[in-house]
Write a protein that binds this ligand. Structure first.
Ligand SMILES: Nc1nc2c(ncn2[C@@H]2O[C@H](COP(=O)(O)OP(=O)(O)OP(=O)(O)O)[C@@H](O)[C@H]2O)c(=O)[nH]1
Length: 491
C-alpha cells in the first residue's frame, strides 16, 4: 500500500514531537533526581544523630513528585534512593559489599516510594472528588496523609536499615520517632513549595487545589523580603537565647514565631508563604546544628510542623474570601444581563419602599416584557436571544437615573423601580423606554424589538409583592391589547 504524502508528513511530525517529549521527560527526570540528591545531602548535614535529621526535605519532593507525576516519578526516586544508600556507606565509612548495598538501596527505595506514593495517590483521589471551594478539606487531608506517609516511611525505613545491618536492631526503636518527625517536617513544609514551583509548568494544578493561586503576587518584593528578614531575625534571636541559657523552656519560644509567619501568609502570595516557611525551616535546622542545640531537636521539629500546618490553613482564608465574593456577586446580579437578580431587586425595593413611606415620597414599579421573544429564539437561535436580552438591559439602563433600580424577574421579563417618581412621570419614563426598545435590533438580523409595560405607583399600605401583582396584571392587559403598549393602574 502506498503512503500518501500527507500521511508521510504527519508521521514525520509525530515522530519529531515524540522525540521532543522524550527529551523533555528526560530533562524533567534529571532535574527531579538532581534536586532529590541535593536535598538528601543537605539533610545529612542537618543530622543530629546517625540517620536522624532535623528534617528530611527529599520526603517533600517525593510526595510532590508522586502527586503531580504519579508513577512516572518512581524510577527517579528509586534510583536516587539507591545512590543515597551507597553515599551513606561512603559518608559513614561502613564498607559494606556492593551487593549488600544494592539490596539495601532497593529495599529502602521501595519502602520510601511505597509510603509516599500511597499518600500522594490517596490525596489525588480526594482532590479530584472535591469541589472548587474545598481547600480547607484538601489541606487537612494533605496534613493527615503527609503525617501517615512519613510514619510509614520511618517505620519501614528503619526496619530496612536494621535488617541489612546499616544500623543496630536496638537502634531502630530509638531512631524511628526522630526519623518520622524529620520526614514529616520535610513533607509538610516542602510539598506545597514544590507544587508551587511545578504550577508554573502545570497551571491546572492551581484549579485542582480549589483555586489556591500560587502566582498571585502580594506586595512588592521589598515588602516580602522585609517580612522575611524580621521573621528570620526573630528566629535567630530565640535560638541564640536557647543556646545561651540551655533550658528547654527557652527553646519553646520558637512557637511564638508563628505570628510573623501568619503575617506573611495573610499578606503575600501562596508561593511566597511556602517559600518563607522553607527558608524559616532551613535556617532553624542550620542553627540547631551550628549552636549544638541537638538536645532540643524534637522541640524544633515539632515547631516546624505546627507552624507550617497552621500557615497552610491560613492560605485557605483569602481563597474562601474570594469564593464568598464570587457567590455574593452571583446571588446579587443576573449572570447574563448583569442587572440586579430578582432576589436582590426585591431586597432593594423593600428598603426603598420603607424610605419612601417614611419621607412620604412617591415610588413607582414597572414590569416589562419583550414581545414575541420566543420567536427570536426559534428563528435566530438562543445566542441571538441572549444578545437581545443583554441589549435590552443596556438600552434601558442608559435611560435611567442613578437612583432607579433595574432587575431581571426571569426569562424576558424585567422589573424597574423608580423611587421619587409618581405614576404620571413613571408613565412618561415608560413611554421613553418603549420607544428606545423599538430602536433595538437583534444582533446580526433585521428584526427590531418591542416591549409591553405594566406600571403602578406603590400605595402607602401596599408591600412590594402586592404592587408587583398589580403591575403584572397591567402587563398582561398590555399584551392582550396587542403588545408594544403601556398599561397603568391608578388607584
Ligand atoms: N435566549 C434566552 N431565552 C430565554 C431565556 N430565558 C427565557 N427564555 C425564553 O424566552 C421565551 C419567553 O417567551 P414567552 O414569555 O413565553 O413569550 P413571548 O414569546 O415573549 O411572547 P409574549 O411575551 O406573549 O409577547 C421562552 O421561549 C424562553 O425559553 C434566556 O436567558 N435566554
Amino acid at each position: 500500500m502506498r503512503e500518501s504524502p500527507a500521511s508521510g508528513k504527519f508521521h514525520l511530525k509525530s515522530v519529531t514531537s515524540h522525540h521532543l517529549l522524550d527529551s523533555r521527560e528526560m530533562l524533567r527526570s534529571l532535574a527531579l533526581g538532581g534536586a532529590w540528591l541535593l536535598l538528601w545531602r543537605l539533610a545529612v548535614l542537618m543530622e543530629y544523630a546517625p540517620h536522624a535529621s532535623i528534617w528530611f526535605p527529599p520526603a517533600g519532593l517525593s510526595f510532590a513528585a508522586f502527586l503531580i507525576l504519579g508513577l512516572r516519578a518512581l524510577p527517579v526516586v528509586m534510583l536516587c534512593s539507591l545512590i543515597a544508600t551507597f553515599w551513606v556507606d561512603d559518608l559513614y565509612q561502613m564498607q559494606q559489599s556492593w551487593v549488600q548495598l544494592a539490596y539495601t538501596g532497593v529495599l529502602f527505595g521501595a519502602a520510601h516510594s511505597f509510603s509516599y506514593y500511597c499518600g500522594a495517590a490517596l490525596l489525588k483521589q480526594l482532590i479530584r472528588r472535591s469541589f472548587s471551594d474545598a481547600l480547607p478539606k484538601i489541606i487537612l487531608s494533605f496534613l493527615i496523609l503527609g503525617t501517615l506517609s512519613s510514619l510509614l516511611a520511618a517505620l519501614t525505613g528503619t526496619q530496612v536499615l536494621a535488617g541489612s545491618g546499616l544500623i543496630e536492631p536496638q537502634d531502630a526503636g530509638a531512631i524511628w520517632l526522630p526519623w518520622w518527625i524529620g520526614d514529616m517536617a520535610g513533607t509538610i513544609v516542602l510539598t506545597p513549595l514544590f507544587i508551587g514551583l511545578l504550577s508554573w509548568r502545570y497551571p491546572l494544578i492551581e484549579s485542582w487545589l480549589g483555586g489556591l493561586d500560587f502566582q498571585r503576587s502580594g506586595e512588592g518584593m521589598y515588602g516580602f523580603l522585609s517580612k522575611l528578614l524580621i521573621s528570620t531575625s526573630l528566629l535567630t534571636l530565640t535560638m541564640l537565647l536557647a543556646a545561651k541559657f540551655r533550658y528547654s523552656e527557652v527553646s519553646f519560644a520558637v512557637f511564638f514565631l508563628i505570628i510573623p509567619q501568619m503575617w506573611i501568609v495573610y499578606t503575600e502570595s501562596a508561593f511566597r508563604a511556602a517559600l518563607s516557611l522553607a527558608v524559616f525551616s532551613i535556617l532553624m535546622a542550620i542553627w540547631v546544628a551550628a549552636l549544638s542545640l541537638m538536645d532540643f531537636a524534637l522541640v524544633y521539629q515539632f515547631a516546624i510542623c505546627v507552624i507550617s500546618a497552621s500557615a497552610y490553613f491560613g492560605l485557605a482564608v483569602p481563597v474562601l474570601t474570594a469564593h464568598n465574593k464570587q457567590l455574593r456577586e452571583l446571588a446579587l446580579n443576573d449572570s447574563l444581563t448583569k442587572v440586579a437578580s430578582r432576589l436582590y431587586f426585591f431586597e432593594q425595593a423593600k428598603q426603598e419602599l420603607a424610605r419612601a413611606k417614611r419621607y412620604g415620597h412617591p415610588i413607582s414599579l414597572l414590569v416589562f416584557d419583550i414581545d414575541h421573544f420566543k420567536q427570536i429564539n426559534d428563528e435566530f437561535g438562543h445566542t441571538a436571544g441572549d444578545k437581545a436580552l443583554i441589549a435590552v438591559a443596556d438600552t434601558i439602563s442608559k435611560g435611567l437615573r442613578q437612583s432607579d433600580i433595574l432587575g431581571r424577574f426571569g426569562g424576558d421579563e424585567f422589573l424597574l423601580l423608580l423611587p421619587g417618581t409618581a405614576l404620571d412621570k413613571a408613565t412618561e419614563t415608560a413611554e421613553r423606554l418603549r420607544q428606545a426598545l423599538q430602536a433595538v435590533k437583534v444582533d446580526g438580523t433585521r428584526h427590531f424589538l418591542s416591549g409591553s409595560f405594566g406600571i403602578v405607583q406603590i400605595e402607602p399600605n401596599e408591600d412590594c409583592q402586592e404592587a408587583f401583582e398589580r403591575a403584572d396584571e397591567c402587563l398582561l392587559k398590555a399584551k392582550k391589547a396587542g403588545r408594544n403598549q403601556i398599561f397603568s393602574d391608578q388607584r
